[in-house]
Each structure stands twice: as structure tokens, then as C-alpha cells.
Write a protein that binds this ligand. Sequence first.
Ligand code: PMP
Length: 304
Amino acid sequence: MSGLTTLGAVGAVWLDGALVEPGEATLSVLSFGLHNAFCVFEGIRVHSGRPFAVAMHAQRLCDSAHEIGMSLPWTAPQIVAAVDTAVAAAGFTQAYVRPVAWLGDERIGIDGSGTTVHLAIGVVRWPESPASRPPLRLGLSRWTRPAPTMAPVGAKTSASYLVGSLALSQARADGYDDALLLDHRGYLAEATGANIFLVRGGELVTPIADTFLDGITRRTVLRLAADAGLPVRVERVTLDDLAAADEVFLTGTASGVAAVGHAAGTDYPADRPVTELLRGRYLDLVHAHRTRTGSEEASCTRSA
Ligand code: PMP
């Protein structure tokens, strides 16, 4: 890994059990994970010096690995501790943390059994998003999220990012900020790196997470909405529902709660009371959080 990314300086890298110099954090060009997409990862934001929802991210990394039959030699609490070590070593107040696990180079071919599982955690400086950002413009992608019989859709695998990256680069080439993807049945799924919410008649609506990643920000926003007494429906969402919405916003670790001004041909009003309420509560939470949940006690080792 070089010392720089498009985001900024790499502050620290933890690799297979210890902090290493970023320049020494390398992997073999024959890694099975690189050739066969046997790779799972996470993205965690550090706000005010602390990684937000780190226990949930560590657990999701374990769950993703489990879903593709990869035996991570680290438990969720050990991953939390490793993230803390890397974040402390980097010393950044605002940062992005990327834990990534992949299969090593002991085998070439289709069967990856017997290969070593590696885990790296990189910490990159990432300034806080500006308080006011222009609302996003979303195009509708020609790519769709695969059916659960075609890919491990609930896992955060690098394999699922090929379609997302293709959709995003096409959207950017077409002048949009991001793309919306439908699922294999034609229902609205998500954006390329964020989940979607609609507001209609004061009710919050979001698609059922059965063909795409159940975002930790999505779960957090659902909880914040319940705390605020907002009615919430988690159900199948169509393009007609999208066109009829009063407000639309995206949720994700990278962007938090992000207002949408245009999606798939529809413009939305600049007045977004529900989006602003939830955005404010989310920002308060990520900057104030301190306590960690019981999920930190969970382990990667689960019975199948
Ligand atoms: N969907 C996809 C495809 C993503 O990459 C992300 C970002 N991890 C999300 C949804 C939102 O997930 P989270 O809120 O956990 O960041």
C-alpha cells in the first residue's frame, strides 16, 4: 500500500496481527482472493476520534466471511481491538477505516480450500463532510442487483462491487452523482454504496433488505426514526413509489444521511423536513457515541 489514497494520507495499517508500515502492507499477486473475488471488507467512519458502530461493522465482517465459507482467524471483539489499535496509531480525528479479509496465494484455480485467510485494516484521513451539501442527483442504472441465488447478496464481498462500480462510473459519465439499482424483480434496491429511503405523507419507506446490503446506517436511521415517533414501512418499493415520494435520501457510512434532489427523472422539493430531522439526529449520534453494544461480545465463530 502506498502512503496516499484519493482520500488523503494513510495513517496506519494493521496486517495479520500487528501494525506495519503502510509501504510494507503488501499482498501476493497470486492471491486467490484477488483472482476469484474471495474477499470481504468493511468501511468504518471515525468521527471525533472514535470509530462509529465498530462492533456492528466487525460482526458484519465476520458474517460476510461466514456467508462465503471463509474462516476468519479473528473474532469480532479481536477485530474491534485491532481497529482501535490502528485508529490510535493513525491519530486522526476524522478518518475512514477499511478492514479487508482475503484468501492467500497457496492455490491457483477455482477451489480455494486450504488457503490462508489474511486480514488488513487501513486507516485513512477523511475530513468531515461539509454541513451543507447540494442534494444528490441519481440516475437509474441498467445494472441490477443479482437474485440471492446468483450471489451472496447479504455479504459485503468485493465481488458485489463490480456491478456497483460499473453503475457508478456510467452514472458519473451521464452527469449524475450516483446510480440507483433495481433488484432482479424490478423493485428498487439501493444506490451503489448506500441504501435508499423515501418519505411520503410523513411516513418513512425503505425497501426490504433481501437482495442488497443491510446497511448499518440504514439500521441506525430506522432506530432514530422510531425514537422520533415517525411511522416506518419496510416493504417492496417500486419506481412509481419513488416518483410519488415527497422526499428521498440515501444512507451509508461514507455519506451519512444524504438528501436527494433528483432521482430517475423526478425532481424533489428543496423543503425536506424529515430528511433534515434524521440527518441532524444521525450527526448528533455519530459525534456523541461512546457506548458499545453487546454485539461486541459476538464472535466470528458461529455454528453453521
Ligand atoms: N449498500 C452498499 C452496496 C454499500 O456499499 C454500502 C456501504 N457500506 C451500503 C449499502 C450502506 O451500508 P452502511 O450503512 O453499513 O455503510
